[in-house]
Design a binder for this molecule. Structure first.
Ligand code: TLP
Length: 344
């Protein structure tokens, strides 16, 4: 059966070119710093985003965790959005493993944190309070419909952070989607953060891996933190090789995913019993609601699955679909047809 899997952009399978690069990769022991393919990927990644150095980690979760653990000590505080991936979906790792206190402020629907809310969350110097150390932003914002934070907004948060002596970490799991949607160089977004993690395994379609980027000194410390987390890998060039192809070949095609997301959203808008806000389709993530009696998101996802289309039920009535490499406009039409049938 033809299957169109829109549960996430993490489901992509490596391209033939990635598989060939994996097979041919020159390898060494990366814990000794001797894997030439990893070294090349880390350097390429850093150059791409305009930072001094990069560090390959196994996942976006490890990238955020290692970064936050590097910025903050036990008992210190990080300000982050109440809808952020780090707060909701990373198993509380910063608290569980780092003793770091999350201080949430409300995410606005466009993924931003209001500067006045951030300001109010910063702790005064007083023995009763944890010390505020870090602000985390997410770009694009997963739970906020894949919205992009603009460079001007990031610059404003950076100014605020500098005024208070705080650092900024960017969860840029999909930062290349943000750059494509905004029509800016990714450096314009990255320059406002001290550290960022971006994922090779989402919109860029590599099988595994994320890269933390930052100053040389920060990355040297993060390398230590990664080791503490058991994330020191050996011949990791087999992963990095696919990552290099991802950086070379997959960034320029991201707009296609955004076009497909909009095609899907427009189709959904025409289907009775489904509700979607087209103004909130920003990148490759589409959220919509079931709006008819006797049907919920879980049941609709089950019906779709029986028709070869996979989407994620993310709330009683809410469904998420994500477009990615390997999904064509025809696949979107196939998914829309399945949705129409499932709604009958
Ligand atoms: N997000 C996954 C799920 O965990 C929800 C998805 O399918 O979207 N930051 C952001 C903004 C993310 O969306 C994700 C993954 C991560 C970090 C974590 O990356 P991984 O899965 O590589 O640990």
């Amino acid at each position: 059966m033809h299957v169109v899997d829109l549960r996430s952009d993490t489901v992509t399978l490596p391209s033939d070119e990635m598989r060939e690069a994996i097979a041919r990769a020159e390898l060494g022991d990366d814990v000794f710093g001797e894997d030439p393919t990893v070294n090349r990927l880390e350097q390429m990644a850093a150059e791409r985003v305009g930072k001094e150095a990069g560090l390959l980690v196994v996942s976006g979760t490890m990238g955020n965790l290692a970064s936050i653990l590097t910025h903050c000590r036990r008992g210190e505080e990080v300000i982050l959005g109440d809808q952020s991936h780090t707060f909701i979906y990373e198993a509380g790792g910063i608290s569980a493993l780092g003793g770091i206190h999350p201080h949430t402020v409300p995410n606005q629907t466009d993924g931003t944190l209001r500067p006045e809310d951030i300001e109010a969350a910063i702790r005064p110097d007083n023995v009763h309070f944890p010390r505020t150390r870090l602000i985390c932003l997410e770009n694009t914002h997963n739970r906020c419909c894949g919205a992009s934070l603009r460079p001007e907004y990031m610059a404003a948060v950076e100014q605020l952070a500098r005024r208070h002596g705080l650092a900024i970490h960017l969860d840029g799991a999909r930062v290349f989607n943000a750059a494509a949607a905004l029509g800016v160089d990714v450096k314009e977004l990255a320059q406002h953060a001290d550290s960022l993690t971006f994922c090779l395994s989402k919109g860029l379609a590599a099988p595994v891996g994320s890269v933390i980027c930052g100053s040389k000194a920060f990355i040297a410390e993060a390398r230590r933190t990664r080791k503490v987390l058991g994330g020191g890998m050996r011949q990791a060039g087999i992963l990095a090789a696919a990552g290099i192809v991802a950086l070379d070949k997959m960034i320029d095609r991201i707009q296609e995913d955004h076009d497909n997301a909009m095609r899907l959203a427009r189709g959904i808008e025409r289907i009775d019993g489904l509700s979607i806000d087209l103004a909130r389709v920003y990148t490759n993530i589409v959220y919509f609601d079931v709006a008819c009696e006797g049907l919920n998101a879980e049941e609709l996802a089950r019906r779709l699955s029986g028709r070869g289309v996979r989407m994620l039920s993310v709330g009683p009535m809410r469904i998420r679909a994500v477009t990615h490499y390997g999904i064509t406009a025809e696949d979107i039409d196939f998914a829309l047809h399945a949705l129409e049938e499932a709604m009958r």
